[in-house]
Design a protein around this ligand. Structure first.
Ligand SMILES: *Cc1c(COP(=O)(O)O)cnc(C)c1O
Length: 356
């Protein structure tokens, strides 16, 4: 069977060559006679692989030396708690942008630990800078550069002065170059652009490490994780390995500039199709449309079921929109080839014609 075009928001498609390499060495990794899943994370070979994965990530993202790269458990969601537990004390204030479902989830978790000041609240449009209500005493500012469900993406990195800026990059990391030095912390769950679910990566500026609360659980304590090279306990070893293969793949493709070109091309094609075919609509302000997650609706929602069924028959999988917003969503992360987007557009045209 040929590979499906999988438009899932996550876990999402991985590059085929990466999966093939993993398959090839699944039984016998690095001439060890063992699977990478079976070797000790403290073995010389595994540690060398782990370090190398970090180095490649540092290289492709141009991560400055004063940042630690942590390979963590629990996806992005566990970092929702780690952030206030590492950066605030009870009673402190933190600023949060609320631009969508994931922002709101991060806020809800943070509210357990500190006072949250909402900088803005709008899930359809990122408000103008003049409408942001930043607090003078915030310990940090948190935002979600790409809202995976709403399909809203920040054009540029918000300027919040000297307050550390924390970004949940789960669904946009590695899709284009970013200036890491503008951030206090960048974090992401792996299952969109990095590798298998269960792994999270946090890139933390060193001066933000070591301010955790006494009650902070060990595995959420960035200092402990950094001091132990992310091996305070057994890390998600297979995920780390696979992430390393994905980083190599990105480097081979030409790095993040090449990814950006590839992603912008795919997104432009798809939005243009949605805008030009009367049958479909995307509600997001054009300048704030996500390159990674493209939600769209059908003019007649009664056809949603048929659309999904026929799409599947055409080899286009997981186009159903998130249950909170309905409609469709095409997630087109790094690993989605241009052929997948072309096939989707062809299908959308045919479907619209058949039901005009
Ligand atoms: C997927 C996603 C998450 C949740 O990631 P988990 O790894 O499942 O915790 C958080 N934030 C954003 C923006 C996401 O896209």
């Amino acid at each position: 069977m040929s590979r499906a075009f999988n438009f899932s928001a996550g876990p999402a498609m991985l590059p085929e060559s990466v999966i093939k390499q993993a398959e090839q060495e699944l039984l016998n990794w690095n001439d060890s006679g063992m699977s990478v899943m079976e070797v000790s994370h403290r073995s010389v070979e595994y540690m060398a692989m782990a370090k190398n994965a970090e180095q490649t990530l540092r290289e492709i993202m141009a991560i400055p030396d004063n940042y630690k790269v942590l390979f963590l458990h629990g996806g992005a969601s566990l970092q929702f708690s780690a952030i206030p537990l590492n950066l605030t004390q009870p009673g402190d204030t933190a600023d949060y942008f609320d631009t969508g479902v994931w922002s709101a989830k991060a806020i809800k978790e943070a509210q357990k630990y500190c006072h949250v000041n909402q900088v803005c609240q709008n899930h359809q449009r990122i408000p103008d800078t003049s409408d942001w209500k930043l607090s003078a005493k915030a310990k940090y500012v948190h935002y979600t550069p790409n809202e995976t469900i709403g399909g809203l993406e920040f054009l540029s990195v918000p300027d919040v002065g000297d307050v550390p800026l924390i970004a949940d990059m789960s669904s946009t990391i590695l899709s284009r170059p970013v200036d890491v030095s503008k951030f206090g912390v960048i974090y992401a769950g792996a299952q969109k652009n990095i590798g298998p679910a269960g792994l999270a990566i946090a890139i933390v500026r060193e001066d933000l490490i070591g301010q955790e609360r006494d009650i902070t659980p060990n595995l959420l304590n960035w200092k402990l994780c950094a001091d132990n090279d992310s091996m305070f306990n057994t890390p998600p070893t297979f995920g780390w390995y696979l992430a390393g293969l994905v980083f190599d793949w990105i480097k081979d493709q030409g790095g993040l500039n090449a990814m950006a070109h590839h992603n912008e091309t795919k997104a432009n094609k798809l939005y243009q199709a949605i805008d030009s075919i009367d049958f479909y609509a995307n509600p997001v302000e054009p300048s704030q449309r996500s390159w990674m997650n493209v939600p769209f609706t059908l003019k007649n929602p009664e056809l949603d079921g048929l659309f999904l069924q026929q799409a599947k028959e055409a080899g286009l999988f997981n186009l159903k929109g998130h249950k909170l917003v309905g409609g469709m969503r095409a997630s087109i992360y790094n690993a989605m080839p241009i052929e997948g987007v072309d096939a989707l557009i062809d299908f959308m045209r045919d479907f619209a014609q058949a039901h005009a």
